[in-house]
Design a protein around this ligand. Sequence first.
Ligand code: SER
Length: 316
Amino acid sequence: MQREKILVTGANGQIGKVLVAALKKLFGNDNIIATDLRADNTYEGIFELLDATDSNTLSKLIMQYQITQIYHLAAVLSAKGETDPTGSWHINMSSTLNVLEAGRIFKLSKVFIPSSIAVFGQSAPKEGVPQSFYPEPATVYGIAKVAGENWGAYYFNKYGLDVRSLRYPGVIGYQSAPGGGTTDYAVDIFHKAIKEKHYTCFLDKGTRLPMIYMDDAIRATLKLMEAPSDQISIRTAYNLQALSFSPEELASEIQQYIGDFSVDYAPDFRQGIANGWPASIDDSIARQDWNWKPAYGLQSLVKDMLDHLIESPQLA
Ligand code: SER
């Protein structure tokens, strides 16, 4: 079997931090090369500075470490993207194309480039959006994700590059902080509940969105990447659904543990982004193709988040 050497972009990001740790467990510390724009001094392992829009440095690192796979997590998320549409388009698209080109040129064995529920817009049904529903995103982040999905399928069909992708819902975890997303409230709320017993939410109380617990998001990613190639019927990006809730539902579950926790609602421009997204998507093809099944629902997610954040105050 080929020994895999895996490069991760955006390794200091919300998903990157946790995924890198999971990949190290699976493939060994020396086989994971974490990269990001900035160094994280607390990180133990092989780390290289990389701006993923810089294809020369990316190629240099691939040759230096004899990389066989890339997980491309670096991206400007939905809310931040709206503050600089053309700049975000450039970062998200040029980095994606650099990774795909590197995959082709260096004949990488697999490439993972995540997509998002943000590919869907107002035209999509609110509940159970089918896998093949035509994506009409309203954010520059969503537009870049749709384009990235199609470029991934193009590299698979034209060059045989084994590109795989998931449409992640909002990801919630205690291990790391999100940044620049519309679903970030669902992580912030836990920290504020513990520290201040109060949270002002930037989305309105009834805004139901698709979400996933970090453990499930990592498990889905690794399951997808481990599946035999002939089981992958979707080469754009798989719909991935775990649970859906609104800020009010999340707050009320947190109140089961922190009775004096209160929330008020001050929707900002992110409400407009959230309004364009579905509340749930249909992931039956992921369930069929590679046995996807989430483990966490709202109650178990809230309990696990609070257990970890209260137990390890340095995380809160
Ligand atoms: N969680 C992301 C965001 O809010 C969606 O993929 O931007």
